[in-house]
Design a protein around this ligand. Sequence first.
Ligand code: ZN
Length: 68
Amino acid sequence: MGKAYHPECFTCAVCHRPLQGEPFIVDQNNLPHCVADYHRNVVALSLSRLMTLAVSHWMAMFCARSAT
Ligand SMILES: [Zn+2]
């Protein structure tokens, strides 16, 4: 078994707030951030398209693992 993410253990990498059911953004290191911390840490709007791709990839990975 590889690393598994439990929804209840799924927290912001910065403030450790639970992100289940909350909007979140994943950074270049695949670390989930709440929206407030993401905007605090990443202010380069030119990265927004890359971030959207990363979120899609990360969510697919998360959903696949939580389904098993
Ligand atoms: Zn946070």
